[in-house]
Design a protein around this ligand. Structure first.
Ligand SMILES: [Zn+2]
Length: 465
């Protein structure tokens, strides 16, 4: 089976065929760096990280670009309020973004281009659109002439007459038509600005992605991604600009992740912005967050709740315990022939994992495959003559999947001698007070860590296996 991707443009799952065999160009709209990223930003960041990793696992060479919007109204407002400059604010939150995505186990994109480093490209992009008649200058601003692009609305499946409803015209805008959108904004006094043929100003939001996608990845992308809310107007505007410029489709596959609900309420900007990734990774293990995000299909709404996080934590514990047991047993088990039954189970479950991931990145079902393999592994671990080669096959498979999912912690550290001593004392006391459950728990923990207890005439001794 080959990879199928749901394409928002056609509203259907399509077989994935890259423009250049073996290579994938992927552009995902990144954050506006005026604040810490919130859980609404974490979802696309984690999901498209999975897409990239899975494409790589499938043998593709992936070029992955995520932009930073480092100048816009929000940054300018924040600068006015805080007394810092726009570049200072951008620098601070770009650093925080890198910290946060690293904490979430998200690999850095190949490039994170910034608007302010690409002003020349943006200005010449706009100039070309003006020359071709797709854009016009008006009072220091430049606007895109939407009615010149007949296909405007094709991604979000709306037509121009529908789009006229609900469009708010900002005070001070001098557009020919309400649905025209801004490419260049003339600077107000005191605002950060760059020179252009239309006077001092700065780029509109949509044009940056068209210019940077083209500069770093070419005229047509394999995959263009982002959150559901970016379909309109942002991606629709990107399509209009780029396709009028080049005459080529901007992207072959448009992928959008679904909304986040918080305690079953649709995430509002205020509520969603309240939960930052910065705070969240202090409170919840990052692997648990990834597991939680992956347990809902990316196109479905995701309900963010304490209960959901707890469930994810429980599920992840089962997987991590299974893996820890494997890792330990391998160090003590003898070599041997790979068990035929386990071999067959691994082959079958590996097929399931690929089938599910190939089906538009069905991570919840891929996690079911992980649980199935953990069950097989736990069953095998109960056999007295488990051998290292069979255990290695199981562990390698789980680690290969983990390269895509990123849900496992690094192997646990060995227990220090003083921790072992402390646990032995605690166990003796638990036995004295007939707290058998705790005593057993400690014995299991010590066994798992490879600590062997021996009763000797001189008292209890311990050694490492
Ligand atoms: Zn964009």
């Amino acid at each position: 089976m080959s990879l199928k991707v749901y394409n928002t443009m056609t509203r259907s799952k399509e077989t994935f065929v890259p423009l250049t065999p073996g290579k994938v160009n992927m552009y995902v709209c990144g954050p506006t760096v005026y604040d810490y990223i919130h859980i609404g930003n974490a979802r696309p960041a984690i999901f498209f990280d999975i897409v990239r990793r899975y494409l790589e696992m499938s043998g593709y060479e992936v070029q992955y670009v995520v932009n930073f919007t480092d100048v816009d109204d929000k940054l300018i407002r924040k600068a006015e309020q805080s007394g810092e400059t726009v570049p200072q604010i951008a620098e601070k939150f770009i650093a925080a973004y890198h910290e946060d995505i690293e904490a979430l186990g998200i690999r850095k994109a190949d490039r994170n281009p910034r608007v302010t480093e690409n002003i020349d490209e943006i200005v010449s992009f706009i100039e070309a659109l003006v020359d071709k008649g797709f854009a016009y200058a008006s009072g220091g601003d430049v606007y895109f002439r939407t009615e010149k692009f007949e296909e405007y609305g094709k991604l979000s499946h709306q037509n121009l007459s529908e789009l006229q409803f609900g469009i708010r015209v900002e005070v001070g805008e001098r557009k020919e038509n309400p649905q025209d959108f801004v490419l260049w904004k003339g600077a107000k006094p005191g605002e950060i600005h760059w020179p252009s043929p239309w006077g001092e100003g700065r780029p509109g939001w949509h044009i940056e992605c068209s210019a940077m996608a083209r500069k770093y990845l070419g005229e047509t992308l394999d995959i263009h991604g982002g959150g559901h809310d970016l379909q309109f107007p942002h991606h629709e505007c990107e399509i209009a600009q780029s396709e009028c410029m080049t005459g080529q489709p901007l992207a072959h596959y448009w992928m959008h992740n679904g909304y986040i609900h918080i305690n079953n309420e649709k995430m509002s900007k205020s509520l969603g912005n309240g939960i930052t990734v910065h705070q969240l990774v202090q409170q919840v293990k990052p692997q648990t967050l990834r597991f939680f995000f992956l347990s809902t299909h990316y196109r479905n709404p995701l309900n963010f709740s304490e209960e959901g996080l707890e469930q994810a934590g429980g599920g992840l514990d089962r997987i991590e315990n299974g893996v820890a047991n494997l890792r330990h047993r391998i160090t003590v088990a003898p070599q041997g022939e790979i068990d035929g039954r386990v071999y067959e189970a691994v082959r079958r479950i590996k097929g399931q994992f690929r089938e599910k991931m190939d089906d538009d990145f069905n991570t919840p079902d891929a996690l079911t495959a992980v649980f199935d393999l953990i069950s097989e592994s736990n069953t095998y671990l109960k056999t007295a003559d488990a051998n290292a080669d069979t255990l290695r096959l199981l562990l390698d498979t789980l680690e290969e999947w983990n390269n895509v999912l990123g849900i496992l912690s690094e192997p646990a550290e060995e227990l220090l001698d003083e921790e072992v001593e402390r646990l032995i004392v605690e166990r003796t006391e638990a036995r004295k007070s007939k707290n058998w459950a705790r005593a057993d728990e400690i014995r299991d923990l010590l066994t798992e860590k490879g600590i062997q207890l021996e009763d000797t005439p001189q008292g209890l001794r311990w050694r490492r296996k």
